[in-house]
Design a protein around this ligand. Structure first.
Ligand code: HEM
Length: 492
């Protein structure tokens, strides 16, 4: 087809006009989108295709330094890794947990979820009252008494691993340790035997569904209104309801036992019942409040420890020399003993270092956030009050300025004589709102790891990814597939 010069000129002009208009529209759209949504689209993009949001925070921290600003919708959010600000804010009871996250988690897609339980309570008095009542179930005296359960449940895992070693089948370590930590929390916290390595149960899936559901729920306020997400949203609500109805059943059974004068353990469930009204006649809200803490402990007390264990096995599988050193320590301290004692745990110093280093690079609960009402100076920058601030242990743990060659897995960073990290390592958070279950979790993790190292040689199945999956908590994407061989530990 021939075109006249005039028409060709008009064609060029109109193309140019289209280009200019297109560009202008794109810029305007970007401007309007960023005006209304702030960095939300960038963050959603970062999380697409299984991306980890904290990797974006790390990239920005490296680019912009110790404090930078994010606009999430119309909220002003700061991210900081400044150790002084971390200390000042997290160590003080003055700054409540950030309402855009913790208040929102009262519900999950409209279904009551964490409610006003221990992790999400924002009012200081209400939180403090609960924490004081829960403390005895985490005292070192009480925890010592749990060594029997930790040993017994870890033994069930060893039996399962022995079967897999005999049959030369691959082990999905994340799935297996998930069963153990869920068995432990059900038994220790609520006095219920699940025995998940033998029996099937809807709980692991329900917990995973709730946690995964938290990611779009927190990051995209429009998610639940999009008709194409309706099926998924209903699935999450259903999972959440399952946890709460189970809680109601278990709490009911325990209350009946208490009313009948039966002897009941002073476990987490008993304390949960105490955190609600002390009156004979509980209100509906008291009942709901107990369920808030039931869900809180079921979720907070299980996934995180399982993920730490799986990451630890992955890291050891990638570092044979560190694995050998850890095995040697286990052989020296426990030898061929079956039951590990509380005192043995204190002597497994290198294993503690390995677990700490695992949490530096792979913190399962990577961050926390607070609301700050007043003006503040962070790293020399004056910040007007009325902002919220995100702290990421993931970011600090991976910054060269705090940890030399940060991606190198090196447990000697946590050698007892090494200098302690200064407000840049906090996988259990810091201050009054730090993890109540930290000692519980590390005792449980040590018992499982010590038995695993004592009994088995394991190798990572080649070709699997070492990527991280952000599914509400951080976990190894591959599931950590291993082949296992029995160690001749009885002849040592
Ligand atoms: C490796 C395992 C664990 C890790 C990495 C971990 C990490 C954390 C973190 C980072 C927080 C602060 C959350 C926030 O600010 O939003 C927290 C709080 C909490 N964790 Fe853990 N946790 C672990 C295991 C456990 C276990 C086993 C339990 C209970 C049996 C537990 C119970 C709690 C509770 C109740 C809180 C809320 C404390 C409060 O605000 O008073 N955690 N945990």
């Amino acid at each position: 087809m021939t075109t006249s010069p005039g028409r060709r000129g008009t064609g060029r002009k109109s193309r140019r006009l289209k280009q200019v208009c297109g560009h202008y529209l794109r810029v305007t759209r970007c401007f309007l989108l960023s005006f209304f949504l702030g960095h939300s689209p960038t963050m959603l993009k970062a999380m697409k295709n299984d991306g980890v949001m904290h990797d974006k925070f790390l990239e920005w921290a490296e680019k912009y330094g110790p404090v930078y600003r994010l606009n999430v919708l119309h909220y002003v959010t700061l991210c900081t890794y400044c150790p002084e600000a971390t200390k000042e804010i997290l160590m003080s009871p003055k700054y409540p947990k950030d309402k855009s996250v913790y208040k929102r988690l009262f519900y999950l897609f409209g279904q009551r979820f964490f409610g006003d339980g221990l992790v999400t309570a924002r009012d200081h008095e209400r939180w403090y009252k609960q924490r004081r009542i829960m403390d005895p179930a985490f005292s070192s005296l009480y925890l010592r008494g749990l060594m029997g359960t930790f040993n017994e449940r870890a033994e069930k895992l060893m039996d399962k691993l022995a079967e897999l070693a005999d049959s030369k089948k691959e082990a999905n370590m994340l799935q297996l340790v998930n069963c153990v930590t869920l068995d432990v929390i059900a038994k220790v916290a609520f006095g219920v035997d699940l025995d998940l390595l033998k029996n099937s149960s809807p709980f692991p899936k329900a917990i995973e569904t709730c946690l995964k559901g938290m990611v779009p729920y927190l990051s995209d306020i429009f998610f639940e209104y999009n008709p194409k997400n309706r099926g998924y949203v209903n699935e999450v609500r259903e999972a959440c309801r399952l946890l709460r109805t189970t809680g109601a059943k278990w709490i009911g059974e325990r209350k009946t036992a208490m009313q009948n004068g039966d002897e009941v353990p002073k476990d987490i469930l008993t304390q949960i019942i105490k955190t609600a009204s002390q009156e004979e006649n509980m209100t509906e809200e008291d009942e709901e409040f107990m369920l808030d803490n039931f869900v809180t402990f079921f979720i907070a007390g299980q996934e995180t420890t399982a993920n730490q264990l799986a990451f630890c096995i992955m890291a050891l599988g990638r570092h044979p020399e560190i694995l050998e050193k850890a095995k040697k320590e286990v052989d020296d301290v426990i030898g061929m003993k079956r039951d590990i004692s509380y005192d043995d745990l204190g002597e497994l110093v290198y294993l503690s270092q390995v677990l700490k280093e695992t949490l530096r690079i792979y913190p399962p609960a990577p961050g926390t956030s607070r609301d700050v009402a007043e003006d503040m100076v962070i790293d020399g920058i004056h910040i007007p009050g009325g902002f919220n601030v995100i702290f990421s242990s993931y970011v600090s743990g991976r910054l060269e300025r705090f940890f030399k060659d940060p991606l190198r897995f090196d447990p000697d960073r946590f050698h007892p004589d090494a200098p302690k990290p200064y407000y840049c390592y906090y996988p259990f958070a810091l201050g009054p709102r730090s993890c109540l279950g930290q000692n519980f979790a590390q005792m449980e993790a040590k018992v499982v790891m010590a038995k695993l190292l004592q009994r088995f040689d394991f190798t990572l199945v080649p070709g699997q990814t070492f990527d991280i999956l952000d599914a509400g908590t951080l976990r190894p994407k591959s599931g950590v597939l291993c082949t296992l061989n029995h160690r001749d530990y009885k002849n040592k």
